[in-house]
Design a protein around this ligand. Structure first.
Ligand SMILES: CC(C)(COP(=O)(O)OP(=O)(O)OC[C@H]1O[C@@H](n2cnc3c(N)ncnc32)[C@H](O)[C@@H]1OP(=O)(O)O)[C@@H](O)C(=O)NCCC(=O)NCCS
Length: 257
């Protein structure tokens, strides 16, 4: 279920949204929406390092999206932790995963085109990945290089109109998993296997050929609007997902399975 929330509400007094132990909160923001202009121009909550990184983007639109995404992350983290957004400091893991030192809150972020996706859990490390739905002409070649043999075979057997969808489902599920573990793409993507066929529920099939280890994980298929596909990975079962949209967007409901 998607409950839109306004920027004013988000930027107001910290008000912890109540993240239960069995809950995962997902927030989507469509950063090119005009409603974000004021925030892009006025609110500078970014650290020196974030501002320097923003300045390195060649295209203004990429700079704007990066700054907005980092600003929204700070505002969301501030709501969950009660800390002021501009004072939050990240600890960055060996492979680049940020966390909040001394705070039990887990979070992960993904961006593609104008979509920013933020995921939060009070109990367990998690990974989220979103991708813009686009044609991937060399999908089978990429799959041969990075996916397991079974995944490549399943993709090869998928009728061509559905192949891009299947490829992006596989890619986002794999990225969500390596982001949940925190290793990112330093983890070989052939070490574990996921489902990918359109209509098939999202599922980890094995990790290092071990199905029992895989069954300890939950993998969710995400559809953040018509133009995007995504996935969320988290250890444990029985999670409840709550999805919200930040800003003025009103689009089709999210689906997860
Ligand atoms: C993490 C990774 C999979 C992200 O893929 P992507 O599709 O390009 O980017 P996404 O938009 O989905 O995610 C980016 C966000 O993931 C988070 N992230 C970065 N590294 C991460 C990791 N190892 N695990 C989980 N999350 C990570 C950050 O919040 C990042 O946001 P930022 O760009 O604002 O800093 C990929 O960049 C990667 O593997 N990086 C690891 C590189 C590495 O090993 N570096 C070591 C030196 S730091």
């Amino acid at each position: 279920m998607i409950n839109p929330i306004s920027l004013t509400e988000l930027a107001g007094t910290p008000n912890p949204p109540g993240l239960r132990e069995d809950e995962i909160h997902i927030w989507y923001a469509y950063l090119d929406e005009a409603g974000f202009d004021d925030m892009a121009n006025c609110r500078n909550l970014l650290s020196m390092e974030e501002s320097r990184r923003a300045a390195r983007f060649h295209f203004p639109c990429d700079r704007r999206r990066f700054s907005l995404s980092r600003t929204l992350l700070r505002l969301l983290l501030s709501r969950y932790t009660g800390q002021s957004p501009e004072r939050l400091q990240y600890l960055v893991g060996t492979h680049g995963k940020p966390s909040l030192p001394g705070d039990p809150l887990h979070f992960n972020v993904s961006g593609s085109r104008d979509l920013a996706a933020f995921a939060f859990s009070a109990r367990q490390s998690l990974g989220i990945d979103v991708e813009y739905r686009r044609t991937v002409p060399d999908a089978l070649d990429i799959a041969q290089q990075y996916f397991t043999f079974n995944e490549w075979q399943a993709l090869n057997a998928t009728p061509s109109p559905l192949q891009t969808q299947a490829f992006l489902q596989c890619w986002t599920r794999k990225e969500a998993f390596v982001k949940a573990v925190g290793q990112g793409l330093s983890m070989p993507l052939q070490n574990f296997e996921v489902t990918l066929m359109p209509g098939q529920p999202a599922c980890l099939i094995h990790i290092d050929k071990n199905p029992a280890e895989a069954s300890a994980w939950s993998l969710f298929h995400l559809e953040p609007g018509r133009d995007y596909v995504g996935a969320l990975a988290i250890k444990g079962r029985g999670w409840q997902l709550t999805t919200r949209i930040l800003g003025p967007y009103s689009g089709p409901a999210d689906a997860h399975s």
